[in-house]
Design a protein around this ligand. Sequence first.
Ligand SMILES: [Zn+2]
Length: 204
Amino acid sequence: MSRPCSVSQCPETAAGFGALCNRHKAIRRRHGHPEQTGVTVQELAPYRQRVRLRMEKNQGNQAWSILAQRWGVVIDAAKAQEAEALRGRAFMSHEREAGQELVKLAREVPVETLTETVLALFLMQEEQPRRFKSDAAFDAQLARRARALTDTNAGTYWDDKAKRTKRVYRDVAPRTLAVIAEHIKAAFGVAGLYVARLEQRENE
Ligand SMILES: [Zn+2]
C-alpha cells in the first residue's frame, strides 16, 4: 500500500516504511529538514557585511579574542580526540569525522572569517526565523556554510549550461553535521546571540 509523502503538496509516494518520498528524504539528510533549502553565499553576504562592520567598529573589544580562544579550546579537544582514535580508542564514527572536519576548518580558515560567517547565520536566524524550518535545519546550515569555507571540501566541475566552473561539496552524514554545529555553537553561540541583539536594538 502506498501512502503520500508527508510534505504537503508533494505528489510523490512515501518510500519504504518512512513518511517521506526519496527526494524529501535526501533533502532532510542534507539540510536537516525535508522542506529546508540551503542558505546560499549570496543570501548570507549582506549579513556577513553587517557582522564585518561591527567587528571593524569594535576592533579593540576583547570579545573577539575570547571567541578565538574558545574556538582554540574546541580545536584542541578535536585534535586530542583524533590522537586517541589513532592510538586505537573507539569513537562513534560521526564524532570522529566531525572532529576531523573541525580541525580542517581551523587549519584552512582564519578565525575571523569563521566568526563572520557563524555570526551572520545567527543574525539571519534572529531576523528571518522562518527561513529555518527547525533547529536541526539551522544547525545543518551552520555546519554546511562553515564547511564550505574550506577548499579541500570542494571539488569543481564545468557546468556547460552556465558556462562556468561550479563547486560541489562532499556531503557528510547528518549526524556529523549536527556534531560540527554543536561544537561551533559551543564556541560562538553566546557572541552570536549578543551581536544579533545589538543589531536588533539599533534597528529599533
Ligand atoms: Zn516528497
